[in-house]
Design a protein around this ligand. Structure first.
Ligand SMILES: [Zn+2]
Length: 286
């Protein structure tokens, strides 16, 4: 939901601000590709060859003390052309390697649609793409993004083959309702959802407090100004309670360490996906 962009140099910030107002997005991308061109990294989301990546994440005590995976500070991580980082690259790799997007017709619902992922999904053969967010004005770079509430999805039961909900649930006050809604709109037997969240390796139980509205307090307790919880080892239990069959993929094991290194993934971030059972697990009444 939040793009954590690395700090730009003092020289680049005013130029970037000016360019954003006078140049179309495509032209800005061309300029960034030229400015950052190099051989150190090849971004697997936008294909750019760049001389540097920027940092991602936050360097906060709570993230270090609770060993949070998927929100921690990473020095060399954010593509300066498309702003994707390891979390974006993980989604892209999973869609290619596990979902095999494009191999069959699929309807895809994408919450908080990251631009690089949106372009990849939209271009896949046979895909019907539906990008949504609670505040679509934040996603003008993804054409067609419409308003939708993850706790009240305005689509019939059994509508989608795939839901991408990447680092969203930690923002949602009633995450159980959101999980049940995502399950409801998935097709039974074939439907699945990517449900990545920041995950503490030290918490057995999720800590949460939706009543906290002070941004500094949210940052202190949950690791980001707009998070209202920090998930622990019970996250997969929560998904199972909502009705999902939980499927965890550990990239170094499933794809190999060489692939993890080549793609610039966070070796500790697993993919947590939920599948909608074929029968016998009726969609909860909402
Ligand atoms: Zn990129």
């Amino acid at each position: 939901m939040l793009y954590t962009q690395g700090a730009m140099s003092e020289t680049v910030i005013p130029l970037k601000a000016i360019a954003k107002h006078v140049l179309p997005r495509e032209s800005r991308i061309v300029l960034r590709k030229a400015y950052y061109f190099g051989t150190r990294h090849t971004c697997t989301v936008c294909g750019s060859r760049v001389r540097k990546y920027y940092p991602s994440g936050f360097d906060l005590p709570v993230l270090r003390e609770l060993d949070v995976i998927g929100g921690e500070y990473r020095l060399d991580d954010t593509c300066p052309v498309c702003w994707s980082h390891c979390r974006t690259r993980l989604v892209r790799a999973y869609l290619e390697r596990e979902v095999r997007l494009g191999s069959r017709p699929m309807s895809v619902l994408h919450f908080a649609p990251e631009a690089g992922i949106a372009e990849f999904v939209r271009a896949a053969p046979g895909v019907t793409y539906d990008p949504v967010d609670l505040d679509p004005s934040r996603y003008v770079q993804v054409p067609g993004t419409r308003r939708a509430d993850v706790t009240a999805i305005d689509r019939p039961n059994d509508s989608y083959d795939l839901v991408i909900c990447n680092h969203v649930l930690e923002h949602v006050p009633d995450d159980g309702l959101a999980m049940r809604e995502i399950l409801r709109v998935l097709k039974p037997g074939v439907g699945m959802a990517m449900l990545q969240v920041p995950l503490s390796a030290r918490l057995d139980r999720t800590i949460e407090d939706p009543s906290v509205s002070d941004v500094a307090e949210r940052e202190r307790r949950f690791g980001q100004f707009d998070h209202i919880r920090l998930y622990g080892a019970d996250y997969t239990d929560r998904l199972a309670s909502a009705g999902f069959t939980v499927d965890v993929v550990d990239p170094p094991v499933a794809w190999g360490q060489a692939v993890v290194d080549e793609l610039g993934l966070n070796p500790r971030e697993q993919v947590i996906a939920g599948r909608k059972p074929a029968t016998g697990a009726d969609t909860p009444d909402l």
